[in-house]
Structures are given as C-alpha cells and as structure tokens.
Ligand binder design. Structure first.
Ligand code: SAM
Length: 362
C-alpha cells in the first residue's frame, strides 16, 4: 500500500509551495492502518508549514430553509413537505453578531437554502449592518443565483462565496438532482472568481452512486477550478429524502479525501466540517483537524430556528465556541488572529503572498 504514497514526496515540497501536480489514485483514497496514518501526517505537516498552528475561526448563521432546488440528498429540498420552513429576522442576528459574538471569530458565513427572497429581505440587510458596524470578514453560501444578485451581495460587503460542485461527474450530478446542471454550476464558480470573489467549492464523499470514476473526477475538477479553498463533506443520509436509507459515508474515505486535497494544494483553506462528528461521533472532527484542515466553524444560528435547518437529521451536533476551542486546543492548534477574508486580501489566487507596497516616505 505504501507505494500509493510515493506519488508525492513531501520533502520535495518547499515551504509555502502553493500547488503540486499531485492527483490521488483510488488506492490512496482507500488507505487504512499505518499507510493511512502516514498520509494524514503528510497532509497535517503541509498545513502546518503553510499556516503554522493557526486555524481560521468563522461563525455560521443559517437564515432560511426555503429552497427552490431539489437535491435528492438534502433535507431542505423543495419536495420535503414535512419540513416547517422559516426565514429569520435579520435584526436580532445583526444585534448578536455586532454586540454579542464569540471573541474567537474573525469571519462569518451566512448560509441559506436557495432562496432569493431571503437574500433580499434578510441576507443583504444583515451584510450591510455587519459591514458598517464590524470588521468581520463575510462569506456567503447561498446557492446558484443570478449575476445581479451576486453583484449586490458583493457590493453590500461579502467577499468569499462557498459554492460546492457537489459531484464532478455529469450523469451523477443529474441523478442526484443537484442544482441546475454541472456545467452551469462550474460556470457560476468561474463567474464569481472572474468578478473578484474568493471561492471555496467542494464535494460530498460517499454520495449514493459514487464509484471510483465519480470519486476521482472530484479531484480533477477541483484541481482545474480557480479556487481558494475546497471542502469534503461526508454524505449523511437526510431524513425525508430519497436517500434516507442509503449508508453514511465512510469516515476514513472522507478523511483520506481531505488529506489528498491538502497534498494537491498546500495553500488551500480546507474546513473541518461539522458533519465529521456525525460520521464518527466524538472523534471525527478532531481527526479532520489532524488531516490538514485549517478552518473551523462555530454555529451561531439562533436556537429557535436551528432544528429546522435540516441538511441531514434532526439530531445535529452543534459546534459551539466551547467545543471548537476545546477541539483545536486538544490538537495543539490555536485560533488565527488574522481573519479569512483578510488573509485572502494578502494572497494572490495562486497562494503566493502579495507584496505590500512600501509606505511612501513624506
Ligand atoms: N443552497 C446553497 C447551495 O446550494 O450551495 C447552500 C446550502 S446547501 C444545504 C449547503 C451544502 O450542504 C450543499 O452544497 C451540500 O454539499 C451539503 N449537503 C446537503 N445535504 C447533504 C447531505 N445529506 N450530506 C452531506 N452534505 C450535504
């Protein structure tokens, strides 16, 4: 099995090397035991070389579970009539973010189902208020929207867009009823980058129907896109979805995918997603931090609406500030004082530091 690791020689990667020509094979993604441990150590070492012990800490607020899409794996799909739908009021959320947010967060991520009404009524006013009153970096994860709406969000003050391609195989994408078509989703990612956004994308490991071909396609597509970050989420069968009876993703496959992304792109921001803890209760999240992740997320969604933001199941594992800080400190890591949006402002798209012009001497 070890020969799968010979594809990449860590010592040949110089400090702050932004990208490698590495693409994982199927064998590497299925490593277990000591070869897997070695893979994860290599990914972890690359993260530390590029980012030190710091991890970015972002707060997420989930503000609407209305969705016009019908992804067969997602509990918020429009055909799920069992779900009580909500749109949050932006004022209390703004008040919390401006005056009562956890000290450790430098950025927020605003997430909704694909709901243009919520964007106008809730998201845009919230971004304007946060931009005016705080220096928080603002990420959004709002789905496939029009270029006009993207421009309004950017104008309001958001600078990072999370738009996952979900699965990089055309027919698999269609079978999963993911938003629109795969070429359209990719075109949107490119459009966002062309218009000055930093884009993080991603895919779901262990989706029903994902064989070797579909899995490997995700790495090829990720390597071709102009991304600043990429995530791997473990598939968790969603209640009230056509995939409710499918098996959950294998945690080892998910972590190996994360490690492979890190080997491909030492400069990428790779999140430890909270679903890792559903995949392996009690340990999955911390294993993600040991596999090259350098972004963690504190859930700040108001309690009264959190249960209805249903990606998977009603029993969610809520990542509070306390849990996040405990997990990162247990792994010898610490919250970054530099925010994610601020970090991106100082890096070129290829991951190199942008030289700061010398201050003018009067
Ligand atoms: N509507 C927005 C969009 O399309 O990007 C953002 C919200 S959507 C719920 C966020 C992400 O949740 C999706 O991109 C998908 O990858 C993930 N997701 C949904 N259901 C999932 C499941 N059952 N298992 C793992 N990830 C899932």
């Amino acid at each position: 099995m070890l020969h799968a690791l010979k594809d990449i020689n860590l010592t040949s990667i110089t400090d702050r090397m932004p990208r490698t020509s590495f693409l994982p094979g199927y064998e590497l993604l299925n490593l277990k035991g000591s070869s897997q441990a070695q893979l994860h150590e290599r990914a972890y070492a690359l993260s530390r070389r590029n980012f030190g012990k710091e991890v970015f800490v972002r707060g997420v607020v989930e503000l609407s579970n209305f969705c016009r899409q019908n992804c067969s794996y997602c509990g918020m799909r429009r055909d799920n009539r069992a779900l009580e739908r909500f749109r949050a009021n932006y004022e209390p959320v703004a008040e919390m973010l401006i005056h009562h947010r956890p000290q450790s967060i430098t950025d927020i991520n605003i997430q909704t189902g694909e709901d243009p009404i919520a964007i106008r009524k809730v998201v845009l006013p919230l971004i304007r208020a946060v931009r005016k009153e705080t220096s928080l970096g603002i990420s959004v994860c709002l789905g496939s929207l029009s270029s006009e709406l993207y421009a309004e969000l950017q104008e309001a003050g958001a600078s990072v867009y999370i738009l996952k391609f979900e699965t990089a195989d055309n027919s698999h994408y269609q079978a999963m009823q993911s938003p629109g078509t795969l070429p359209e989703r990719i075109q949107r990612i490119r459009h966002l980058v062309d218009n000055g956004w930093r884009v993080s994308s991603g895919f779901i490991a262990g989706l029903p129907g994902q064989g070797e071909r579909e899995l490997l396609a995700n790495f090829r597509l990720a390597s071709e896109l102009p991304l600043s970050g990429c995530s791997v989420s473990p598939f968790i069968p969603g209640d009230e979805t056509p995939q409710a009876d499918a098996p959950s993703a294998d945690i080892d496959l998910t972590l190996n995918c994360m490690a492979a992304l890190r080997l491909m792109r030492p400069d990428w921001v790779i999140p430890a997603v909270s679903a890792l803890n559903l995949s392996e209760p009690g340990a999955g999240y911390r294993r993600g931090l040991r596999t090259g992740a350098n972004l963690v997320t504190i859930n700040l969604t108001p309690e009264e609406i959190r249960d209805d933001y249903l990606l998977y199941k009603r029993e969610r594992f809520i990542m509070t500030e306390e849990r996040i800080l405990e997990a990162i400190s247990a792994e010898g890591l610490r919250p970054s004082k530099i925010g994610l949006a601020e970090f991106y402002r100082t890096q070129s798209l290829s991951g190199e530091a942008i030289p700061v012009p010398a201050a003018k001497v009067a």
